[in-house]
Ligand binder design. Sequence first.
Ligand SMILES: [Ca+2]
Ligand SMILES: [Ca+2]
Length: 516
Amino acid sequence: MAVLPALSKLRPDPLSPGDGLSGSAHALLRCLCALASLMPAQLPRGVLQVQTRKEEPLPPAASLSIPTFYFPRGRPQDAVNVDATIAKIERTFAQFPHERATMGDMGRVAKACGCPLYWKGPLFCGAGGERTGSVSVHKFVAMWRKVLQSCHDDAAKFVHLLMSPGGNSLAQEDFIPFLQDVVNTHPGLAFLKEASEFHSRYITTVIQRIFYTVNRSWSGRITCAELRRSTFLQNVALLEDEVDINQLTEFFSYEHFYVIYCKFWELDTDHDLLIDAQDLARHNDHAISTKMIERVFSGAVTRGKKVQKEGKISYADFVWFLISEEDKKTPTSIEYWFRCMDLDGDGVLSMFELEYFYEEQCRRLDSMAVEALPFEDCLCQMLDLVKPQSEGRITLHDLKRCKLANVFFDTFFNIEKYLDHEQREQISLFRESESEGPELSDWERYAAEEYDILVAEEAMGEPWEDGYEAELSPVDQKLSALRSPLAQRPFFEVPTGLGAVELYEYERGGDDLPPS
Ligand SMILES: [Ca+2]
Ligand SMILES: [Ca+2]
């Protein structure tokens, strides 16, 4: 648990020990925090209600004899609206020195454009601002006029602003300037300001979550259509109103990042941001079978060629692994494990492939003195659960349709969760009828529980801290200010310019290949 001393400073907990406050001051703070947590403005933890964006005015019908009905870049707006918007933008720029906008001015420009606030980063980049430090009114208006004429809905506009010239979709690194601006200016991340070395970790995590959910084709590039079908842009719009970034559990939650990163840090003992199969096998106390760990390293579900060459996966790959492991009901997760179990890659799970994985489960149950079902009986159970359309062949479609893919997968490679399902079977009939209110996803429940555990472990004292103090001192020194709630930055500070855009852990070349 060497992770905690370093990361604890990153956690926005105003009550961390060692901040020099007296006991009564702590008690007072606790009261204040408890009161704050009851404020009605806050949604319950982890329950995200994505609001659909306000309806834009409907465009007038096309006056052609055969009306256009296919709009890959959204429906066009009429020219009067475009001119009115441009005039508003020009009035906004007139208030800036030399009619040039810096990154700090872009919030007002975004509003003049009629965009959600956190489009300011993409708007600045789209106008070339990150190269020169500011953008002129002429350059911006020319850029935005072109966007309004060629991109007719938010998805098309967002892709156009962030993509590299000549492309028509978004690669992972295209999201960096947008996310760096969120890190720099979102009030819910203000405490992270001083810890610039952790910006890239947070950004990497969010990019992986975006691709995990939005890039349904696994191509490594997000298209307009994929973005349009996702809830990503609704979440970007919510950043403007939601001060507590942890409420945005789909992509942006800092707590979710914290849990993922802590889990990785525990496994990555030498902290080079790479882990091998032995490291990954230690996840969750060796709950996952050796055969499945091998499959994660086979290249079936990871990007880049490093995996096969050096037998290591990156932190980015681990984000996919952990989310898939902790929520086996989402489409991406089902695809992830299906790819792993489909040894010959023919798109079907054969009885041979099932037996290959089940054999290790049996051995492990034996060693725990638990009587395992013979493979034939287990197979009957699983076929009954999945009900494949054609006998003896389980397809991805079958697993997505059956709603119990988690039970299926855990039976074949996660001993702990398999036993858990077995136990729960007895009481599930009562449980399921009782559940009320908005359900948390398995991932949201896991992240919330793990976060509480990490916080509690830290609150127990930090007996391990001394041993690691020297090793972690650079981080420690920089972050010591974060310990004290009094040192936290006030909300709504002046936005700063975009940080230097780095490429983080992404490998150039070869990385764009979809996993085999
Ligand atoms: Ca390592
Ligand atoms: Ca197969």
